[in-house]
Design a protein around this ligand. Structure first.
Ligand SMILES: *[C@@H]1O[C@H](CO)[C@@H](O)[C@H](O)[C@H]1NC(C)=O
Ligand SMILES: *[C@@H]1O[C@H](CO)[C@@H](O)[C@H](O)[C@H]1NC(C)=O
Ligand SMILES: *[C@@H]1O[C@H](CO)[C@@H](O)[C@H](O)[C@H]1NC(C)=O
Ligand SMILES: *[C@@H]1O[C@H](CO)[C@@H](O)[C@H](O)[C@H]1NC(C)=O
Ligand SMILES: *[C@@H]1O[C@H](CO)[C@@H](O)[C@H](O)[C@H]1NC(C)=O
Ligand SMILES: *[C@@H]1O[C@H](CO)[C@@H](O)[C@H](O)[C@H]1NC(C)=O
Ligand SMILES: *[C@@H]1O[C@H](CO)[C@@H](O)[C@H](O)[C@H]1NC(C)=O
Ligand SMILES: *[C@@H]1O[C@H](CO)[C@@H](O)[C@H](O)[C@H]1NC(C)=O
Length: 813
């Protein structure tokens, strides 16, 4: 017979058991983070959820776990979540709760850096632009208006996390939370208010009662119990200001970001591993890779100004989410080695030997001589067996290649439409002012663009027919039209935002119309009072200087008419799903005409390889696929021809000017189209471009990023491990030699001696498999040379990769 009392008792009881068994306690001392009483070292990696898509998250997080991470770190991006005051957006790739749940499902912890100032090379440092125009506001200081907004948003985020049960004491993954960000860099610029603000931040955060420790980074006066943490390339010498705080490394920069016109920075796997190992060797307890996956600055989210759309960062997972090898694999092995020593490291009983600046042979007595390369850390087991050396990379190298999509080649059929500029070329705007206004205050960043228009009456054509139009602007790009005639573009640089536009113009008798189009390329995100950095033609002056006489006419106080944004943007030319009345011209596709829209369709490339668009031939603009922005593009910004360093010595302190690639090439030629933006049936996809300066779409193509080949080099006594991407298997052994193989990945050669069984052994162990391993021993290869053991070098193809097939360009060299 059914007994309701017993049933009820059972339900309540099991519920309580669940709640207790899953709650996680997070404590710490100077040597460990103590999770549920267990002394832990935490290895974390940054993945910013809006820099990929929700469809990409599970795979990225899984690859992070496979790479040996314990935790994922992310910022929270206020500007996207609250684009309009008190109107919130947590949909699609802004669904950070879903992202954190994905992390939890994979069994990883979360380091939640709320900020809400995040820097991050993100537009306006993550602040919504409406903050800028709130009466009486001053950002990031002891200001009532700002503090109120910051508190409301922080509370909103904490509340959402609590409602979803995401903090550790609730059984969730969040083990640490951060308030503010790198404020120590700028605090002195805010005087006493800066100190008061940091105290307020601490109190406000603590009052949120999240049940996990709060951190601040680069804040050497962090009020206790807030933990001050370190950001940089190396943090082994860092000491938190509070002697009770554990030593944490919140941003280990695995590479660097790129601006338009810059070469691509790389940081070697050896040096990143060296930095991590030294940090833990010197008492570190948490280390976070910034970034583990950098991703893409979709839309207008790139910071700036002049930050490119890709945010690859040379991270262990590349922009598309593929393994950046050997970096990913080398760090995976490092993590495993560190975890072997977790008990010792968290006990504060590490023994360390420093051996000076160059390679050394260490005498391990009965265990013989042991070679330690310079700028490296060795992790030994039982003080005699090398588990890992940071400078000895035997993880595989993946070489990727971009291939033209078979579905299409490059035969895209284009239609075009001019941006409707009839009104702005007639100086018809939406409001007037007798001064030159600051751009973001006017646009509230609703668009990159602001038209400044005025009229000039000329009656002495002898003087004025030939004149220089001179515009002093605070950036970032300026175009001018005089009497409807395009005069040309000019732009500044990251370090020199203010520039002077100067071009010869021809004026006529009577009324002349000057229409200036000012464009921003990401708002400043860093530095003291970065939020106050002016943009646009604010204050000017705007002058006409007669060529013949040098007479000057100052137009700065003329009546200026304004219009925010482009008509094509307002009418959403990029969205083919809505009726916007645009007439796409099929014939006589124009090229080289500024402010031109182009449209085409393309089929989704088959398979799972990442999809990119090659924008060679375009100038500057913005692109959308099926109405979704894939970001700004600017392939005419070409990097310096000189200063690239393919060899790239890992030894010595890293800086972002070391180990550069891409000399003489566009800073960014390829633009990521996440697969989820594409239709997965045979329906075609729509690509819309807004060409700002006037290029040609005829060389634009759809490509995929495929694995070209994989390589590895392994010493005697070690294990060679190889893996093809999911869905592919090892299909051909291009090279295998056990002996003294010469050269590098892509150009291996047989040395003076080798085992003649090399290829057969590798073929037997690896052929047809996705993953294989070979213990490199003499019993397998059966030979030595004068008593010296050899090395095994291999180069393999993964199924579907074929270096002769439509090769377009090597990605990694
Ligand atoms: C940790 O340190 C204590 C005291 O110094 C020592 O007794 C213990 O054996 C150490 N544990 C490990 C795993 O090293
Ligand atoms: C701006 O000024 C011009 C000329 O003075 C005038 O024709 C126009 O109507 C004004 N526009 C607005 C929006 O007030
Ligand atoms: C036109 O030119 C004459 C003499 O060249 C000058 O006196 C007059 O002020 C000018 N008118 C305007 C509107 O500039
Ligand atoms: C203006 O004058 C300059 C210098 O004399 C000359 O090089 C240029 O061709 C002239 N431009 C126009 C539009 O007349
Ligand atoms: C405007 O630009 C010119 C030319 O570069 C320069 O000489 C002048 O000082 C600038 N004026 C202001 C106010 O910046
Ligand atoms: C693509 O296919 C998957 C299932 O295979 C489906 O869940 C998804 O909605 C499809 N996406 C589109 C854009 O059609
Ligand atoms: C396209 O690329 C080809 C080959 O590089 C080049 O010759 C041609 O000028 C380009 N066409 C356009 C329209 O840019
Ligand atoms: C390599 O050696 C290890 C232990 O020495 C062993 O566990 C493993 O199975 C070996 N792997 C292969 C592929 O022989």
């Amino acid at each position: 017979m059914f007994n309701p009392r017993i049933g009820l008792f059972f339900i309540v009881c099991s519920f309580l058991l669940c709640a207790f068994s899953f709650a996680t306690t997070v404590e710490y001392d100077t040597n460990a983070i103590i999770i549920n009483g267990e002394r832990r070292i935490i290895i974390s990696g940054a993945i910013h959820y809006p820099r990929s898509t929700s469809q990409m998250w599970p795979d990225l997080i899984k690859k992070a776990k496979d790479g040996g991470l314990d935790a994922i770190e992310t910022y929270i991006f206020w500007d996207l979540h609250e684009p309009i005051r008190r109107q919130y957006d947590f949909s699609e790739n802004l669904d950070f709760i879903k992202f954190l749940k994905n992390v939890h499902e994979e069994g990883l912890y979360v380091v939640l850096r709320i900020g809400p100032y995040v820097c991050a090379e993100w537009n306006y440092g993550g602040f919504p632009m409406w903050l800028h125009n709130l009466p009486g506001i001053q950002l990031r200081t002891d200001n009532v208006v700002f503090k109120e907004e910051m508190k409301i948003f922080t509370t909103k985020i904490v509340t959402l996390c609590k409602e979803a049960g995401l903090f550790a004491p609730q059984g969730g993954p969040i083990i640490l939370a951060q308030i503010e960000n790198e404020y120590g860099d700028v605090i002195t610029n805010y005087g006493e208010d800066g100190n008061a603000y940091i105290k307020w931040c601490a109190q406000m955060a603590l009052a949120q009662n999240v049940g996990v420790p709060w951190i601040m980074c680069k804040q050497n006066n962090a009020p206790s119990p807030i933990i001050n943490t370190c950001n940089g390339y190396y943090c082994d010498n860092f000491k938190p200001n509070n002697p009770k705080s554990p030593k944490m490394f919140t941003e280990n920069w695995v590479g660097w970001f790129q601006k338009w016109g810059e070469r691509k920075p790389h940081r070697t796997a050896e040096d990143v591993a060296f930095s991590v190992a030294r940090f833990f060797q010197n008492g570190g307890v948490l280390q976070n890779y910034y970034m583990y996956h950098g991703g893409t600055n979709f839309g207008r989210t790139a910071g700036g100004p002049y930050i490119i759309t890709a945010y690859d960062y040379d991270a262990p997972l590349d922009e598309y989410g593929n393994l950046n090898q050997p970096k990913w694999g080398h760090l995976k092995k490092l993590h495993a080695a560190i975890k072997l020593g977790e008990k010792v490291l968290t006990n504060g009983t590490v023994t360390e030997k420093q051996y000076g600046d160059s390679d050394v042979e260490v005498d391990l007595q009965q265990d013989g001589k042991y070679h330690v390369p310079s700028w490296s850390v060795s992790i030994l087991q039982d003080c005699n067996k090398e588990v890992f050396n940071t400078a000895k990379v035997d993880a595989q190298t993946n070489v990727y290649v971009k291939k033209l999509s078979k579905e299409l080649g490059n035969s895209l059929i284009w239609t075009w439409a001019s941006d409707p500029v009839e009104d702005t070329l007639q100086a018809i705007g939406t409001f007037n002012a007798s001064q030159l206004l600051e751009q973001k205050s006017v646009t509230v960043d609703a668009s990159d663009y602001l038209w400044y228009m005025t009229k000039v009456f000329i009656n002495e054509t002898s003087t004025w027919s030939n004149a220089t139009l001179q515009v002093n602007t605070s950036g970032h790009v300026l175009h001018a039209y005089v009497n409807g005639q395009y005069i040309g573009p000019q732009w500044g640089t990251y370090d020199n935002l203010r520039f002077t536009y100067e071009k010869i113009v021809s004026l006529k008798q009577g009324t002349n119309i000057i229409s200036l189009l000012s464009g921003t390329v990401g708002h400043a995100h860093y530095g003291a009072s970065f939020d106050m950095k002016e943009t646009g033609i604010v204050g000017g002056p705007v002058k006409l200087i007669a060529t013949s006489s040098g007479n000057t006419m100052d137009l700065s106080k003329s009546s200026w008419s304004y219009k925010v944004g482009l008509n094509g943007e307002a009418r959403r030319f990029y969205d083919s799903k809505i009726k916007n009345g645009v007439q796409w011209n099929i014939n006589n596709v124009v090229i080289g005409k500024p402010l031109t829209w182009y449209k085409t369709t393309f089929k989704t490339p088959e398979g799972k390889d990442s999809v990119v668009l090659d924008f060679i031939g375009l100038t500057k603009g913005h692109a959308w696929v099926n109405g979704q922005s894939i970001g700004r593009y600017w392939p005419t910004m070409v990097a310096d021809k000189n200063g690239c360093d393919i060899k790239c010595d890992y030894r010595g302190n890293y800086g972002a000017d070391k180990c550069l690639s891409g000399c003489g090439e566009p800073s960014q030629r390829f633009y990521h189209v996440p697969r989820s933006f594409l239709n997965n049936d045979t329906k075609s996809n729509t690509l819309v471009l807004f060409e700002e300066m006037g290029g040609s779409p005829f060389n634009v193509s759809v490509q995929t990023v495929a694995i070209d080949f994989i390589c590895a080099r392994t010493d005697y006594g070690k294990t060679l491990e190889l893996k093809c991407p999911d869905g592919k298997t090892i299909s051909e052994i291009q090279f295998a030699s056990y002996g003294d193989p010469q050269g590098n990945c892509g150009s291996f050669q047989v040395g003076e001696w080798e085992s003649r069984h090399s290829v057969a052994v590798v073929e037997k162990a690896c052929g047809g498999k996705q993953l294989c391993s070979i213990n490199v021993t003499s019993s397998i290869f059966g030979i030595t040379k004068g008593g010296i053991n050899g090395q095994l070098a291999v180069q393999l193809l993964c199924d579907g990769s074929n270096p002769e097939d439509n090769r377009v360009q090597m990605v990694h060299v």
